[in-house]
Design a protein around this ligand. Structure first.
Ligand code: COA
Length: 328
């Protein structure tokens, strides 16, 4: 169970008792052999539910994730940065499309997923509930949040559910461009004026806690990891992903002359693991349960987008006879 005062209502990690034991054994053997499970294959109900939960949350994170960066398109410094950021934001929304399609193969309609997002029923990544105050915040997201996403997605892309893995392969290819763009933006600030360096340092200070939260609660508190790892949906644990991110990116941040707001952060050379101050997990719980600095704003923007786009969806789905010719 997740730390004290848990407000999650997690799905139970048991729940295969009613499954046909022969089918279940064959399903697990297939996974053990490294075979992909496809939409029409037999699967335990819990596998289906867990995948819908995870892929749906991931899809929501992509469209909500487009919002903090999206607000910087009109203010990005220079035409080239505007073009690149616009393309990146468009890619993120495209990722959501791929992921909603993957989740739909498991039987949950897209409309229902979107309803569950705007009603606040579904979760999405904690990190997009923080404001992007400055251009440097947008650079932090493009470089380091996308770096974290790549660590997570490269692992998950080796998982057992075919449609999710194929979507992730494509997403990772695009994310690697985002990472290069973000790194370029940060290098520009790091080698710029004192003011630019200060702005980037302030962004690192603001985003470090949410970034540590991004990989999920510590393994000992993770509710779903055990079953997800047994069924190879999740290919590495929350703590292993966090450690991999620190291993790859802390040296790069230090190399640029920035500091990280954690005096205890260091690599233990004997274990190969990073040691750090635990981020505020109470804040994490509040944020993922709807009470972060921007949760209400993010959902309000999505609600407006849903309402404004309704006529377009209706028009696209309407039978031809319903069209009115202007001169008739
Ligand atoms: N933001 C929001 N919620 C999070 C979270 C985060 N960074 N990390 C964990 N949680 C939530 C989980 O969704 C779960 O809540 P639920 O039971 O209501 O669904 C709860 O915290 C317990 O966490 P845990 O048991 O560790 O969840 P998990 O095994 O699903 O692991 C992820 C969490 C994010 C690592 C995993 O779901 C994952 O890899 N998802 C796909 C990638 C993704 O969504 N990336 C988002 C940004 S690109």
């Amino acid at each position: 169970m997740y730390g004290g005062g848990n407000t999650f209502e997690p799905m139970k990690a048991t729940g295969v008792e009613n499954e046909d034991p022969v089918k279940l054994a064959e399903f697990e053997a297939r996974i053990e052999r490294g075979e992909k499970i496809e939409p029409h294959d037999w699967m335990p109900q819990l596998y289906r539910k867990q995948l819908i939960r995870m892929i749906e949350q991931h899809a929501h994170s992509e469209i909500i994730g487009a919002l903090p960066e999206g607000t910087w398109i009109t203010r990005a410094p220079g035409f080239k940065r505007k073009l690149a950021l616009m393309a990146k934001v468009q890619d993120e929304v495209g990722h959501a499309q791929l992921l909603y399609s993957a989740a739909e193969t498991l039987g949950k309609p897209r409309e229902q997923m979107l309803d569950d997002l705007v009603s606040g029923k579904s979760k999405y990544s904690n990190i997009f509930n923080y404001p992007a105050f400055t251009w440097a915040d947008s650079c932090f997201i493009s470089w380091l949040v996308d770096a974290g996403a790549i660590v997570n997605q490269l692992a998950n892309a080796r998982g057992s559910y075919g449609p999710y893995c194929r979507a992730l392969d494509r997403i990772c290819a695009e994310e690697s461009f985002h990472l290069k763009y973000g790194h370029h933006c940060v290098i520009h600030l790091a080698t710029g004026t004192e003011k630019q360096r200060e702005m980037m340092q302030a962004a690192i200070n603001r985003w470090w806690g949410p970034m540590m939260h991004f990989f999920g609660p510590p393994d000992k508190a993770s509710v779903h990891s055990e079953i997800l790892m047994r069924w190879k949906v999740k290919m590495s644990s929350n703590d292993d992903q966090r450690n991999q991110f620190l291993d790859m990116y802390v040296p790069k941040i230090w190399e640029l002359g920035f500091t990280i707001p954690d005096p205890n952060l260091k690599k233990n050379t004997e274990t190969g693991k990073w040691e750090y101050t635990e981020p505020d997990w109470e804040e994490f719980k509040r944020v993922i349960n709807g009470d972060g600095p921007c949760n209400a704003e993010r959902l309000a923007v999505r609600r407006t987008a849903e309402e404004r786009g309704r006529w377009v969806r209706k028009a696209l789905l309407a039978p031809k006879t319903e069209y009115v010719t202007p001169l008739a």
